[in-house]
Structure formats: structure tokens, C-alpha cells
Write a protein that binds this ligand. Structure first.
Ligand SMILES: *Cc1c(COP(=O)(O)O)cnc(C)c1O
Length: 391
């Protein structure tokens, strides 16, 4: 079990990002963490591994640096890396048993919803999906069997917020775990553990790595008992990332603070620009005063990042716009240094049933932008020409 040092937790965010979890390589003193590309480690005698490492599913030094680094960024004491964000979700749901009930936001990542309804429901977990932006709806869905409250905030792609302090309190009263997917906000802008969550989940594929060149996931906790149980699942099930992917993610987190400041500055400028554009019917961005939960956003987030959704009014227009950008690349995923455009109804959220998409306001004419760190004038110029061409 990897534990973050108290020294690391005392430092400020940007310093933690660069240094937390790192230990100079004992062989050569390499400043950067080596990629320990090995499956096994020498033993000095029977049952006597030289440095406590026996087999790389259980422990790998590159992975452990990443685990300590991201845990420190979330203000947590224990981190666990997984092969993907969905593998991290799989691991956290394996803390439950058949018959247990989960209250989940209805607006969660499409793949998370698919795993819950098409894998876990078949294996005996039960789910109630609620609008997690309504605290009362979360509370009303709790039953004596509820063992987990699962939320994502801001949600993808509707940018609805869940009041994390309130959700944590509901979970605590029900003796249930509060699990928060913090992929969109990142610990630079929002720290769920400090607001009462028990577990933070990440797709490191997105902002944490930030360069769109690996797939990975993380779970972060403060409680030692939970760390024990998650560490058991991580090793017993084995959905661990390889050392090279851990190294890439670790290279990414070093610049997280810098990148998030730029995503946020660009995101705010572009959201304001879109909000006054006559061809854009609606802009979903928590940083805009017109966002219905702007006050909550200011209370629980330190910034708003680069994720923006826009309503273009017709499917044809949305399609022409998404296919017409030149800098924004049409692709799934988000959170990289490069700007992306996506059509949730046919891409990321295609696996969510159409009735459910409609109920949450996810129309076929909604387009999602992941604003990168390029020069904002170039990005606005690109959106301008694509909107003009979309008719
Ligand atoms: C991408 C994503 C996931 C899933 O992560 P993978 O790394 O693709 O498995 C989960 N939650 C959110 C919010 C995501 O954006």
C-alpha cells in the first residue's frame, strides 16, 4: 500500500505536482523516475525479496510514484492506479456485494452508466439514477440497502453540478461510501475529499495526463481501511497499468497546474464569446453567471476549466459545425493540450438510451468542446468560421 508523505501534503499544489511522491532513483540518482519495465524482482532467499518488491501486478516503483503523486494532488493519503478510468470504476464497485444499492447521478460518463447497468446490474448490484444536481433527489433515493452514492461534477456533457458537501453528508448518514469522479474538474479546481467524499475517481486519460497519449485511471482515499480494501482488489483483480503509461501520466501531472490555468483562461473567454453569438442557442459552462448553479460552482470549485457544451438548435447544424472546425479535432475524449470537438449523442453518449438522453437535455444538436491550451484568438477564429459554415 503506497502512502503519501506528510511533507508532500504540506506543500502547495504546483510544488506537489512537480515533486510529490518522487524519490531519487537509488541506483544512479536519476532525477526523473525510471520506467521499471519488469514483471518480477530478485529474491535474496526464499520469501526474502531484496527491496520488498516481488511481482509487478502487486507493486511497481514507477506506478507507486504516480500513485503517491496523484494522491497528494487530491489531498489524499493513498492512491491506486488502474489500466483505465473504467477499470477504476470496476474496482470501486467491487467493494460492494450482490444486493447492495447504489444511488448514482444519471448524467455520469456514458461508459460508467453502461458498466453499471449492463455489467453490475447483471451481477446483483442495484442502481437508482437521479439528477444529482438536486440534493433532495439523492436523499430520496437512499434505501436501507444503499452502500454507495456516486457522483460526477461537473457532469459530461450537460455541465450540471452536484453539491459535494451535501452528497457526502447524505452518504455519511446512510453509512454509505461517497464516490466522486473528479475527472472534469481535476484536483487543481476541486478537491472532493476535502468536501466529504470517501473516494475520488479519475480517468487519468484526460486532464491528469493531459497529452492524449495513454489510457489510465486512479482511485484516491484518505481512510486506511478503504485503502486496504482497494489495494486488495487492485492486486486480486489485476487491472493495473503498465509502467510506461504510469510514467507518461507522471510526466503529465508535473504541468497540471500550468495547463489548468490556461484551459481555464481559454475556457472562460470562449464561453463568453459563444454566449453572445447569435447562432448559439445556449452555452453550458459553470463559469458563466447565467449557469443555474454558478453560485455553487464558485463555492466548490476554484476555476472552471475548458469543457463547454453548446446547443446549436438543429442536428444538421451541429453536424456541419463539428465537421467544419480546423483546429478543434473531431474526436472522442477530452482534457488534452489540443482542442477537440465532439457530438455526445452519437459519440461519447451513444450507449445511453435515447429517452434518458432527452430527459437530461442531451439533444442531438448538442456539441461539446474540450478547449485546449492553444492561443485563444486562433481558437475563436476557428469556431467563428465553423459557425458561419454551419449555416
Ligand atoms: C473518460 C472518462 C471516464 C472513463 O475513463 P477511461 O480512462 O476512458 O476508461 C470516466 N469518467 C469520466 C468523467 C470520463 O471523462
Amino acid at each position: 500500500m503506497t502512502q503519501v508523505s506528510g511533507e508532500d501534503l504540506k506543500r502547495r499544489f504546483g510544488t506537489r505536482a512537480v515533486h510529490a511522491g518522487h524519490i531519487p532513483d537509488p541506483l544512479a540518482g536519476a532525477v526523473m523516475t525510471p520506467i521499471y519495465q519488469t514483471s518480477t524482482y530478485i529474491q535474496e532467499g526464499l520469501g526474502r525479496p531484496r527491496r520488498g518488491y516481488e511481482y509487478a501486478r502487486t507493486r511497481n516503483p514507477t506506478r507507486e510514484v504516480l500513485e503517491r503523486n496523484v494522491a497528494a494532488l487530491e489531498g489524499g493519503r493513498h492512491g491506486f492506479a488502474f489500466a483505465s478510468g473504467l477499470a477504476a470504476l470496476d474496482a470501486v464497485l467491487k467493494l460492494l456485494s450482490a444486493g447492495d444499492h447504489v444511488v448514482s447521478g444519471e448524467n455520469v460518463y456514458g461508459g460508467s452508466h453502461r458498466q453499471m447497468t449492463l455489467v453490475w446490474a447483471r451481477l446483483g448490484l442495484t442502481f437508482t439514477f437521479v439528477d444529482a444536481a438536486e440534493t433532495a433527489s439523492i436523499a430520496a433515493a437512499v434505501t436501507p440497502r444503499t452502500k454507495m452514492v456516486y457522483a460526477e461534477t461537473p457532469t459530461n456533457p450537460m455541465m450540471r453540478l452536484c453539491d459535494l458537501a451535501a452528497a457526502g453528508e447524505i452518504a455519511r448518514r446512510a453509512s454509505a461510501l461517497c464516490v466522486v469522479d473528479n475527472t472534469f474538474a481535476t484536483p487543481y479546481f476541486q478537491r472532493p475529499l476535502e468536501l466529504g467524499a470517501d473516494v475520488v475517481l479519475h480517468s487519468t486519460t484526460k486532464y491528469l495526463n493531459g497529452h492524449s497519449d495513454m489510457v489510465g485511471g486512479m482511485l484516491i482515499v484518505n481512510r486506511d481501511d478503504l485503502a486496504e480494501r482497494i489495494g486488495f482488489v487492485q492486486n486480486a483483480v489485476g487491472a493495473v497499468p503498465g509502467p510506461f503509461d504510469c510514467w507518461l501520466a507522471l510526466r503529465g501531472t508535473k504541468t497540471l497546474a500550468l495547463r489548468m490555468r490556461q484551459h481555464d483562461a481559454n475556457g472562460r473567454r470562449i464561453a463568453e464569446w459563444l454566449a453572445q453569438h447569435p447562432k448559439v442557442e445556449r452555452v453550458y459552462y459553470p463559469g458563466l453567471p447565467s449557469h443555474p448553479q454558478h453560485e455553487l460552482a464558485c463555492r466548490q470549485m476554484k476555476g472552471f476549466g475548458g469543457m463547454i457544451s453548446i446547443e446549436l438548435g438543429s442536428v444538421e447544424r451541429a453536424k456541419r459545425f463539428a465537421e467544419g472546425t480546423r483546429i478543434f479535432a473531431l474526436a472522442e475524449s477530452l482534457g488534452g493540450v489540443e482542442s477537440l470537438v465532439g457530438h455526445p449523442a452519437s459519440m461519447t453518449h451513444a450507449s445511453v438510451p435515447p429517452e434518458m438522453r432527452r430527459a437530461m437535455g442531451l439533444t442531438d444538436s448538442l456539441v461539446r468542446l474540450s478547449v485546449g491550451i492553444e492561443e485563444v484568438e486562433d481558437l475563436i477564429g476557428d469556431l467563428e468560421q465553423a459557425l458561419a459554415a454551419a449555416g
